[in-house]
Design a protein around this ligand. Sequence first.
Ligand SMILES: Nc1nc2c(ncn2[C@@H]2O[C@H](COP(=O)(O)OP(=O)(O)OP(=O)(O)O)[C@@H](O)[C@H]2O)c(=O)[nH]1
Ligand SMILES: [Mg+2]
Length: 339
Amino acid sequence: MGFLDEVVIWARSGDGGRGCVSFRREKFIPRGGPDGGDGGNGGSIIVRATDRLFTLTKYASSKYFKARNGEPGRSKNQSGKNGTDLLFEVPLGTIIEDLDTGELLADLIHDNQEALLIYGGKGGKGNQHFATSTNRAPRFAQPGLPGREKRLKLSLKFLADIGLIGLPNAGKSTLLARLSTARPKIASYPFTTIFPNLGVLICDDEMSLVIADIPGLIEGASQGRGLGHRFLKHIERTELLLHLLDITYQPDEDILGDFHMLRREMAAYNPALVEKPQMVLINKMDLYGTEHRDLASLRKALKEIGLECLPISALTGDGIEELKRIILEKWKKFREKTC
Ligand SMILES: Nc1nc2c(ncn2[C@@H]2O[C@H](COP(=O)(O)OP(=O)(O)OP(=O)(O)O)[C@@H](O)[C@H]2O)c(=O)[nH]1
Ligand SMILES: [Mg+2]
């Protein structure tokens, strides 16, 4: 399955049906009054968010959407049928803008949330409405109003609770696989992940958290180097960031320098990212040896800048139960604060 988080589509609401010009024809009533019915309204364009979709890929090939026109009015005061609305579905976290005016039309964050994007054209009134004392037989009716067309920009920003960040190869996807049932691609080379992955961490019967794993970040990411910058937006709406460090990272003395570099890249993209609650996970502890940077000094250095850290092994599962416990605790506190 591909991944697409930005796409432009064209959508047009239906035209209103025209009103009808007609006169009653009844036996023994030679000149009946006007009885032209109203035209139906054109269908509207409606969008609905669904948790069954994760990307906008289906809009890569189908880009043009049109709602049905309203039917014209008929004689005997019969209104035309309204045109059927066109409803299309998008993943949670999709933002919709009018590309020509820049107006924000919808930001869909709940399952089944709907937004009306383009009203259908109104149906025209039939001649029955236009009879007056001086004109009892109006020979005109309103045309329906045309539908409107808009170019809509759909952009997806994941609605994940937790974001995984780190240099390429730090073990983010391995951790995602550990914490959820997601099965992202994992390999021993950088940039294995080329599109973000989502997984769900089931905490208890009542709570589950969505985790986003994004491609590894490198120096210059905020200026467009590597892949990560394209996807930083997917962690903008998270509540907690887990920053993975690889304890076997070479040269080992640079592990902190690169950690700060990465935070600078995030701040350059959006300063709010580094202000988010975050925690450092020192990964690959199963490989830890005397040749690597001393764990105690690394923990101390992180503590000095106010960051909590936890040594883990995403591969063997060491420290993962502790990590889940910490996440749950943080979440309970967070919920108490926001409730
Ligand atoms: N020994 C050991 N290897 C690990 C651990 N976590 C990840 N790895 C290995 O490290 C390599 C990279 O893991 P990934 O999970 O693909 O890393 P990533 O951070 O998602 O990498 P990118 O997607 O390229 O940014 C793989 O070969 C993993 O098996 C760990 O705790 N211990
Ligand atoms: Mg990965």
